[in-house]
Design a protein around this ligand. Structure first.
Ligand code: PLP
Length: 382
């Protein structure tokens, strides 16, 4: 054993550090909910929705049970279902396409940009063609703000307008980022985020929210999240879900939102240190002018075939890595029978073979990160 392997293992995401920072405030907030006992749709839920909408600059925030449901709610509210096509990137987490299938629609996969890893809007026209040829009605596109970086929302909006598509932004990873000085949450007809603990704005369980400026859409989604209620809970005007954010999670999120801007800044400091420490040796992620990132992941690209040895070398130094995503969706067992747009998905395939993510969280201190950078440099030169 050398000295390096005797150092403590580094967490990939350090939720414990944040817990320590927020312990007094969160413990008080949760105790308050335990005492008032309004566990479902208690006052903290409404308060959090108000704060979240204000943070993003959106008119409405409708919270729900998960980031996945946060995509189902707008799809359902828009009346998207069987016979409809929903266009989304292949290089993303499965939930982006899963929700199309859940509402009975057909996902059509398009490629991503090799630099930003986000949807390449040039592929949308070719996906619309494929949908029409298959007898489907193209209804929506779901861009993803992957790894925390805002997608090219201007290009997506232009393509969506040309083809009459609704836009639902999957901001599960990118909530908190901005594009042309506007925060994610204000692009598209609706934007969805997740409060899964590992996301940039996470809670202590499952949760999600949809942001929109559309009053009618917000009303429909509020109805659908609670069994399709009308004037009250026992007036059922449509088929809905049981998809509420727990009051306890809302209370936790109210505290987390207060420190979120500070955490975003800390994530950017970590990203800059990685770029400074590694940029001469590998392709480090870049942020296009006009966009910002909340660095949900710090993802680098290696030469094809180099990934396993690289991950093993870091692991030997006590440094975890993760692969987001090893198989593009169009090759997944559950999704491979769905169509791919005319432009193909070559970049998604290439990225799936080359990407690897390094530890990234707001509490990654400089000495620990120096250890990671040192290990990465040695592994790259090996
Ligand atoms: C995490 C994630 C989701 C789903 O969020 P859950 O809260 O886990 O349901 C959807 N899309 C993307 C891109 C994600 O990363």
């Amino acid at each position: 054993m050398n000295a390096r392997t005797e150092l403590p293992p580094i967490p990939f995401i350090d939720l414990a550090a944040q817990r320590q920072r927020l312990k007094p405030a969160v413990d008080v907030a949760v105790t308050k909910v335990l005492d008032h006992a309004q566990f479902i749709m208690g006052p903290e839920v409404r308060a959090f929705e108000t704060e979240l909408a204000a943070f993003a600059g959106a008119k409405h925030a409708v919270t729900c049970a998960s980031g996945t449901d946060a995509l189902v709610l707008p799809l359902r509210a828009m009346g998207i279902g069987p016979g409809d096509a929903v266009i989304c990137p292949s290089f993303t987490f499965c939930a982006t396409a899963e929700v199309a299938v859940l509402v009975g629609a057909t996902p059509i996969f398009v490629d991503v940009d090799p630099v930003t890893f986000n949807i390449d809007a040039k592929g949308i026209a070719g996906a619309v063609d494929v949908a029409k040829t298959a007898g489907l009605t193209p209804k929506a596109v779901i861009p993803v703000d992957l790894f925390g970086l805002a997608a090219d929302h201007g290009a997506v909006a232009a393509a969506a307008e040309t083809h009459g598509l609704k836009i639902i932004d999957d901001a599960a990873q990118g909530f908190g980022a901005s594009h042309n000085n506007r925060r994610i949450g204000t692009f598209g007809h609706a934007a969805s985020t997740s409060f899964f603990p590992a996301k940039p704005l996470g809670c202590y369980g499952d949760g999600g929210a949809v942001l929109t400026d559309d009053d009618n859409l917000a009303d429909l989604m509020r109805s659908i999240r609670v069994h399709g209620h009308g004037s009250d809970k026992y007036d059922n005007v449509r088929i809905g879900l049981a998809s509420r954010l727990d009051t306890i999670q809302a209370a936790i999120l109210l505290e987390k939102l207060k420190i979120f801007p500070d955490e975003i800044e800390a994530r950017n400091v970590v990203a800059r240190r990685y770029a400074d420490g590694l940029g001469d040796l590998i392709k480090v992620p870049t942020v296009p002018a006009g966009s910002t990132s909340v660095w949900a992941q710090y993802t680098i690209r290696l030469k094809p075939g180099a990934r396993d040895a690289f991950a093993a070398a870091l692991k030997a130094d006590g440094i975890p890595t993760a692969i987001y995503y090893p198989i593009p969706l169009h090759k997944q067992t559950a999704y491979k029978h769905f169509p791919v747009g005319k432009g193909g998905v070559a970049v998604s395939e290439q990225l799936s073979a080359e990407v690897i993510s390094l530890p990234m969280h707001p509490y990654l201190d400089e000495p620990t990160q120096a250890r990671i950078i040192d290990s990465v440099r040695r592994a790259l030169k090996a």
